[in-house]
Design a protein around this ligand. Sequence first.
Ligand SMILES: [Zn+2]
Ligand SMILES: [Zn+2]
Length: 196
Amino acid sequence: MNQVKLSCRCGAVQGTVDLEGAQGGVCYCDDCRAFAHELERRDILDAAGGSTVIQIRPGNLQLAQGHAHIGCLRLSDRGMFRFFTTCCQTPLGNVMYKPRLPFIGLSRAALHGEATQFPPLMGIQGRFATAPPPPGTANTVSVGQALNSLWFVAASAWASRGKRNPFFDDSAAPIAPVRVLSVAERNALRARDRTG
Ligand SMILES: [Zn+2]
Ligand SMILES: [Zn+2]
């Protein structure tokens, strides 16, 4: 058990996360950055445009309050479900769809606790960075990282059996209204990497 608090900036959305078995990463991909731009949250990006995401098992997140303030964005009709708060534009977490993998990529921006409790971070997708990323960042996803993720997903599937992902209801539908961006809307967000 390694419990930390999850909450949005204004405090309307609250929960707890067990970081047991979690894996951390800094993703420099343009999709994660487009999500930050959509939320007007350039402040969550590092100097090279990376977003810090902590992969956890779905059963290790409890959303205690504020469900009505949760929204969901997809950058395309096949994109990840990216959950955020509508009260104060806090990114919460990303979930894969097709295949629906048993993990949630929680945004570091929504987590609160001792910094030392967080797992070590691996940098990925460095080729999309907006400035030179930290040394050790993989250009795409390295073989070791991919194997690590596969192992994480397998272990997570086992640990999460029978447990619900709190971002989805019992009929496997997202708990929040989903907005899917058009190609033009997504391209406009990506263009903001250049225009600020
Ligand atoms: Zn809020
Ligand atoms: Zn990404």
